[in-house]
Design a protein around this ligand. Structure first.
Ligand SMILES: [Zn+2]
Length: 701
């Protein structure tokens, strides 16, 4: 037994039982026993330091009173400092003064001597104090280290363009912040996210992804990483890193596993610092084809006929995020040729498309829709895309151009096709100008597609079915489908999206109604007579073919009230949530009773697959995981959870069979944070859980 432990026992600072308990835990934990004694709350840190100083005859030192020399910090990497629990203070002649919590750690002393080529003079400092200084001076903390250590990092992220930045990126590759930024971006690409939000809060940075149109919380990053992370992202897009008080925009391209992704980055100052949004644009999308966006065949033919006309106005309408841009780009891709001059004016340019002349709106440089349009007209265009009609002035120039030998595309922020006509009249456009130019209005929405990997039959809520009864009867829908939720779809039940359309062809009769400024309901009646199919109908056709759900159509087609749409799980909760995974019913029951008596909310999973599913859906604060389980064992489940950013930070306490050393080591290897051998004592279990929760709390604050 070490002389330190001897001394602790002698001074009655610990007892034998506590020592045995710590030893129990030490197996496989790769931590000095005295550190565990402190972590487990058996001995106070200051007592340990006092005794250590006496036993080892080493001076103690309060880091607060030290002048830290930043150039000395560079002598030891973060990883080494972390591994040995040391912090380099200053140089004295040929010697390095090194703060250590265990000055007897021969291996640490030898290694650092070798690495720095200096003589090492250890001084004794509290482990917690050393950690605090490591966080501050290496701008990192244990939470990030733990997080990165566990994650399976199989993605390759590089700059798409060669040059100065590429080299800088390679140099910084090993820095944990660069790794974290790369991980977030590659994980977002894997998750099919369209946007990544970095949102500074009071005590942490919230990372959220937009997937299939919905924002989803992914992880919390410690606040001290906010600044380096923002600098990293801004650097990628060559933005001004000094300027933090003005909104900025930038763009760049990266390669994620050799797949080219365009990044459009924007920053905006908020109360807690700069908020960054990175939009991920898959270069493949720029080549989007007209027959892939979801048009049924007959409507596709109407659309193609319209876009082949030499002049006139085509409007695509819908709220933000309804897929208007994809439809327009697909249309332009379809008609572009060597002999047509296509010019676009956009805010912002989403995809750069070969063969098009794209102009970005920039109010600071006085490039507005109206001004840009006037310039475009001098450039002899055949086809013009005006990103959006927001005011009368833009509307007028756009419509007049379509009267004089140009085919013009634009978008409007309206709910359906017929109301777009009323909107144009409302903003003061002359009725004759609309009726003589307008060819087609397409209203559209995006619906999520059912994940094919977990598709199942179900019966939707009756009220909802009643609201859609006419379509259910018309299309003879007998079976309804939904996604149950699986790993492939991130347990959302959806994978990808498609558009639903309402295509209104402007007939002669409609033209005369518009010229007479007829009310909306009259126009609507005539449109219906000429065969207009509403968004709901287009959506229900996709329900009939089993591609989307009834709820999804109800959500975007706005035919029903809110009720009937499944509720989203609430965010607010008070008690820590613990997920318990065990296949033995009796064990589950015991764990449930003990944990809920201790004030925890308990979720039960009966095998590894369920554990993974509930971890994604419920975001528990901690997981207690049995090793031997059917379907997927505890190792596999842990590995799966550790490979996704959304679940990588949830602490896992693994339950191993009695004295099964191999399992313990394997468990830690796949990323479990701690283990407990069965059968275990109730208090021991609760103590371990408290410890893990305390540790993960720091990630939030
Ligand atoms: Zn699925």
């Amino acid at each position: 037994m070490s002389i330190l432990i001897d001394a602790l026992l002698r001074e009655n600072l610990i007892n034998r039982e506590q020592l045995n308990d710590a030893r129990d835990k030490q197996m496989g934990a790769k931590k000095p026993i005295q550190e565990l004694l402190v972590e487990m709350g058996f001995v106070k840190e200051e007592d340990l330091i006092r005794i250590s100083s006496k036993v080892f005859d080493t001076p103690t030192l309060n880091l607060y009173e030290e002048n830290i020399d930043p150039s000395v910090i560079k002598l030891i990497s973060y990883e080494t400092a972390k591994r040995y629990g040391v912090f380099p203070l200053r140089q004295e002649g040929d010697a390095l003064i090194l703060a250590m919590s265990d000055p007897q750690d021969i291996m640490a002393l030898d290694d650092i001597r070798l690495l720095t080529n200096m003589e090492i003079k250890p001084v004794l400092s509290a482990r917690s104090e050393i950690s605090k200084y490591m966080e501050k001076y290496y701008q990192l903390d244990d939470a990030l280290y733990d997080l990165l250590k566990n994650i399976v990092d199989d993605a390759k992220v590089e700059m798409a363009k060669e040059g100065k930045l590429g080299i800088e990126m390679l140099k910084g590759e090993r820095s944990p912040v660069v790794r974290l930024a790369n991980l977030i971006l590659s994980d977002a690409v894997k998750a099919r996210a369209s946007d990544v939000h970095f949102e500074p809060q009071e005590n942490f940075v919230e990372i959220r992804y937009r997937i299939d149109g919905d924002l989803k919380k992914i992880m919390k990053v410690p606040s001290n990483l906010h600044a380096p992370l923002v600098v990293r992202i801004k650097n990628l897009a060559r933005m001004d890193i000094i300027e933090t008080r003005k909104p900025q925009d930038g763009r760049t391209s990266i390669l994620v596993n050799d797949r080219k992704i365009d990044l459009r980055i924007s920053t905006i100052p908020t109360f807690y610092g700069e908020k960054v949004v990175a939009r991920l644009l898959d270069a493949k999308e720029a080549k989007i084809e007209l027959d892939k966006i979801g048009f049924p065949e007959d409507e596709l033919n109407i659309f193609i006929e319209a876009i082949n006309r030499p002049e006139g106005m085509i409007l695509v309408t819908g709220p933000t995020g309804s897929g208007k841009t994809s439809t327009l780009y697909a249309a332009l891709n379809f008609i572009k040729s060597e002999t047509t001059n296509i010019i676009t004016i956009e805010d912002p340019i989403e995809y750069l498309i070969g063969g098009l002349n794209q102009i970005q709106i920039n109010p600071f440089k006085n490039v507005t829709f109206t001004r840009g349009l006037r310039n475009i007209l001098r450039q002899d265009p055949d086809v013009i895309l005006v990103g959006e009609i927001r005011d009368k002035e833009t509307a007028e120039i756009a419509f007049r151009s379509s009267l004089t030998g140009h085919l013009v595309f634009s978008t409007l922020h309206t709910n359906n096709s017929v109301s777009s006509i009323t909107r144009l009249l409302d903003i003061g456009l002359e009725p004759y100008l609309i009726s003589s130019t307008l060819i087609l209005i397409v209203a559209q929405r995006l619906v999520r597609l059912i994940c094919p990997h977990c598709k199942e039959e179900y019966t939707p809520n009756k009220k909802l079915m009643d609201k859609f009864r006419i379509y259910i009867d018309r299309f003879n829908i007998e079976k309804f489908y939904r996604g149950k939720g699986c790993e492939q779809c991130g347990f959302t039940g959806f994978l990808g999206r498609t558009a639903i359309f309402e295509t209104l062809k402007i007939t002669e009769k409609l033209k005369s109604l518009i010229t007479r400024k007829s009310p909306e309901d009259l126009i609507f009646k005539e449109a219906s007579k000429s065969g207009l199919r509403l968004l709901a109908e287009s959506g229900m056709k996709k329900v009939a073919s089993g591609r989307t759900t009834l709820e999804e159509v109800a959500r975007v087609a706005e035919v029903v009230e809110e009720e009937g749409i499944p509720e989203r799980p609430g965010e607010a909760r008070e008690n820590p949530k613990i997920l318990v995974a065990d296949d033995e019913e009796e064990n589950l029951k015991i764990l449930e009773i003990r944990l809920s008596n201790a004030g925890y909310e308990v979720i039960k999973a009966r095998d590894g697959r369920e554990a993974v599913e509930y971890a994604f859906k419920e975001k528990p604060d901690l997981i207690v995981m049995d090793v031997m389980m059917p379907n997927m064992d505890g190792f596999e489940a842990t590995k799966t959870l550790r490979s996704k950013l959304a679940t990588a930070a949830i602490p896992i306490l693994m339950l191993t069979a009695k004295r099964d050393k191999e399992s313990e080591l394997k468990g830690l290897d796949v990323g479990a944070d701690d283990y407990l051998t069965k059968p275990f004592d109730k208090d021991k279990l609760l103590a371990r859980i408290r410890m893990l929760l305390r540790r993960s709390d720091r990630k939030d604050g």
